[in-house]
Design a protein around this ligand. Sequence first.
Ligand code: ATP
Ligand code: MG
Length: 568
Amino acid sequence: MNKPENNAAENKPSLNFLEQIIENDIKTGKHQGRVLTRFPPEPNGYLHIGHAKSICLNFGLAQKYNGKTNLRFDDTNPTKESTEYVDAIMEDVKWLGFQWEEPVWYASDYFEQLYEYAVYLIKKGKAFVCDMSAEDMSKGRGTPQIPGVESPWRNRTVEENLDLLDRMRKGEFQNGDRVLRAKIDMASPNMHMRDPVMYRIMHAHHHRTGDEWCIYPTYDWAHGQSDFIEKITHSICTLEFEVHRPLYEWFLDNLDITGERPRQYEFARLNLSYTVMSKRKLLQLVEEKYVNGWDDPRMPTVSGLRRRGFTPASIRTFADRVGVAKRENIIDVALLEYCIREDLNKKAPRTMTVLNPVKLVIDNYPEGQSEELPALINPEDPESGNRTVPFSRELYIEREDFMENPSKKFFRLAPGQEVRLKYAYVIHCNSVVKDENGEITEIHCTYFPDTKSGMETTRKVKGTLHWVSIPHAVEVDVRLYDRLFTVSEPEAVEEGQDFKDFINPDSLKVVTGWCEPSIKSAVAGQAFQFERLGYFNTDKDSTEEKLVFNRTVTLRDSWAKIEKNQNK
Ligand code: ATP
Ligand code: MG
């Protein structure tokens, strides 16, 4: 696994290659110093963390250089697109903290203009209507070494081509009967230059243009012209489009377009370990119900990350630290987790919650008595102030925090051992009560009143435990998430295997949690640190009767370790 370009520990990265290009363009007066980038999603799914990277990059560059960013929906494939996706994408971009230049654009805004451009190319002898089937076309494409076969329809007259395109538009033909192709070079070593398709017939309802069109431009035909029409200065996309660039330039050259032209720059797409990123695969996970919708907190979607408890700031920081690379790599998901921990550590109020309880009785604490102990809301935030936590004779602690026969290095509770209860007292363990199966049902302890938190004490303990007072505890549901896949590269599977073969069957566990009463004020979307356990976000499924929490991330930081090893 490769290291991100900008080391997480460095906070003064040098200019990335795009910043260098833009600074140079500004210096030389190209585009009169103007910077206009764009984010061009296809509304055929929800945005994922890879898109978030692209959003942060495009909007971030524009912000840095006093420019602007367009949001343009690439809505050229009506059968896969919908307004549900359009709305979700706009919500996600805003949530990430960015504002596009109004209005929102759509490739479909340019359908008429693109059609006129196509007519222009036909008139110039640079495009033709082809009647080959998709299958024959693909058979005749050749390989990069072997030239493709020219279409028998390649030399139709201009008049015939104009007539056929017009009739294609009018709906005289069936899907697949004909296409419009650019007439370039069937022997080009660049396969994208081998008479690529510009229009296909698709009798399909479009979410914006309705039934106005039954021919739709391909992405390759729509994209460069859309950038040109909007006067985009720096058209930034992922590496796989590098080989399409000569085609985009060919179109603009042959349209005899004058005026400022966009220039495309490519960077390496973000790949993240333990997840899949292709929208097609994410759609499968949703449709085949491996997850509960696009915003399932195990999904790498922006909506899933939001529900999981990731903050916009943490995602922006992550995008920044990943940097801008020129070659493909895989970023360790631990870096993303590091970024959210770092952000929530400063922001999230603390509470004590026990997830796997065992009862602890303090024999020398009077029955029926309780007291309110002061505790910090967030020790990392001096402004946050105090909360109080009720203490009483009967408490829950985590079962894992007790061992009947402890190993030498076990510094938590064991018979004869002493620990501190956080914000409360030091206790000494005397005995345990077991049920008929040998399972511990009660731990009996004594507490030392003169060890109250904040008091001077000579009692030295090695462990501090979190706890909740049983009579005051609030019962909640807690969803514990693990990685959705058991392997770090589920997309790189061998022949005959499917990425879904590697889904982690234990990626979601729901347990009951017992919280201190301060949790009662939680509202959907609010983050907490459950002390010693991790960061948790209040889920929208919470009701008046019961709060529901998603574990965002545990407190264990594996990224710091990875970094340390890499720097050795
Ligand atoms: P997918 O392959 O997941 O379906 P896509 O590239 O088809 O994604 P689009 O909606 O076309 O999805 O993408 C919109 C923009 O987001 C494009 O500019 C694309 O380059 C960028 N993008 C998509 N995936 C990533 C990624 N993993 N890393 C960085 N940028 C990405
Ligand atoms: Mg795409």
